[in-house]
Design a protein around this ligand. Structure first.
Ligand code: SF4
Ligand code: SF4
Ligand code: SF4
Length: 251
């Protein structure tokens, strides 16, 4: 049996997650190529494919109807679809625009009406096609993507973390930001990163989104009462990476 074929696709995003994968470096990539055939990967090769594929990795959000057919075509051809990076899994920072009416005028001024800028609200890939696995993060963790691919190649079920960053923070014995007079979103942020931010003395901003059932009312209360944030800041604090999760997904 040949090696499984893997293709990387991108939609509305900064392509930082693709770049993060190239940061694996030559050695890890060459080892990876002993186990899979990469048949499309815009940041690293010029070849593309229209053939069936074993694993499709999709980066970026769905922001315009014109992309639906391409997504459906990828779904038809792929045995397994993985949404990777926060833009693809939840809408990520692209979803900030879902809460800003005049964002185009603000950014592009008099050129806001140009046809190539036409787009709708930012949505996760799973709002359009069935997604089998999500690899969270902005940018994604290259090691987590590797682990998911490795599990699939070896016939194992990938494990996607669904517990808070606090658990990883405690595991590495980091002093809590709240004990330093700071604030943090780690109580409801999805773990899997190893909690590097609190360990470096900065709050977790939930760049991997929230756990499945976050207690946002308690988060806001703690941000106000323990973190010293104003009512408004506590209300909007978690909007950066989790705009769709915080304020409800757009229809
Ligand atoms: S998740 Fe972050 S790094 Fe990845 S494509 Fe989106 S904005 Fe870029
Ligand atoms: S620093 Fe943040 S992630 Fe770590 S224990 Fe405190 S609230 Fe949780
Ligand atoms: S600690 Fe929070 S902000 Fe930092 S990488 Fe992990 S999830 Fe992202």
């Amino acid at each position: 049996m040949g090696k499984p074929t893997v293709a990387f696709f991108d939609f509305a995003c900064c392509e930082g997650c693709q770049i993060e994968m190239t940061n694996l470096g030559d050695e890890a990539f060459l080892e990876l190529l002993n186990h899979i055939d990469i048949v499309e990967f815009r940041e690293a090769m010029s070849e593309t494919t229209k053939e069936p594929i074993d694993i499709a990795l999709i980066e970026g959000s769905f922001t315009r109807e014109a992309d639906r057919a391409r997504l459906e075509d990828i779904r038809r051809r792929a045995k397994v679809v993985i949404a990777y990076g926060q833009c693809a899994t939840t809408g990520g920072i692209n979803a900030l625009k879902n809460h800003q009416k005049d964002y185009k005028e603000f950014v592009y001024g008099h050129a806001a009406g140009m046809p190539h800028l036409a787009s709708d609200s930012a949505r996760p890939i799973s709002s359009v096609i069935k997604v089998d696995y999500n690899a969270f993060g902005c940018p994604v963790s290259k090691y987590e993507v590797l682990q998911i691919i490795s599990h699939l190649v070896h016939g194992k079920e990938p494990v996607i973390p669904d517990y808070p960053v606090c658990m990883e923070c405690k595991r590495r014995e980091t002093v809590c930001r709240y004990h330093e007079g700071d604030h943090c979103l780690g109580q409801v942020a999805r773990a899997g990163c190893g909690a590097p931010c609190p360990a470096s003395g900065i709050p977790c901003e939930a760049c991997r989104g929230f756990v499945s059932d976050p207690n946002l009312a308690s988060l806001k209360k703690v941000l106000r009462e323990e973190g010293g944030l104003s009512e408004r800041r506590a209300e909007t604090k978690a909007l950066m990476f989790t705009a769709n999760e915080t304020a409800g997904r757009p229809a």
